[in-house]
Design a protein around this ligand. Sequence first.
Ligand code: CA
Length: 229
Amino acid sequence: MNDPIRVVVIEDEVAIRRFLKASFGDGEAELHEAGTGSEGLTLIARKNPHVVLLDLGLPDQDGLAVLRELRTWSNVPVIVLTARGQDTDKVAALDGGADDYLTKPFSVAELMARIRVAMRHAQTSDHSAQTAIEAGLLRLDMAGHIASIEGVELALTQIEFKLLAILAQNVDRVVTQRHLLLEVWGPAYEDSTHTLRVHMANLRNKLKAHAREGLKIQTEIGIGYRLRQ
Ligand code: CA
């Protein structure tokens, strides 16, 4: 039997904390609660959790400030909890080092799925030395710049290959538009979301022509893209 998953939640809404406590009631995970940012940071340092759930609207400081501080000393996966409609906050959190976000209200199933993805990714997050990336039936040969699905090569442009590689390294996680633009085109193109949309549409069509059901690029409107396998 594995150790329970240690989760720290930083959230001032008691109702949400109560919901989380009930969700983790079966011993699969152990929940440590903080109601403010500073308490939360102390708790993370003490408990060394596998995952952190971070509310962005905290009474003592902005959740983004908590994230910034945390990222100076920890790489623990962080899932941000936001209210509906706070898309600019989500983007800022993802660009600031959050791994994912959940929009309130969320279900237990959604929460658990996101926690699993964040933890899986934390275990395999060093892609620097990888010569191949696999995501389901998709395989990317990084040295040869070849993408294939079940051995059938996709005819991708260099840009499409780079986009797909970043998405595949972050499979099931959302990657922001800004991150893709910076990585593929560079700082001068940070705001060229139209260009990104065009290339992403082409890439999506090529994937669609080859892929079995399941493998697809999901658009998170106003935020970014997520490769689903
Ligand atoms: Ca709050």
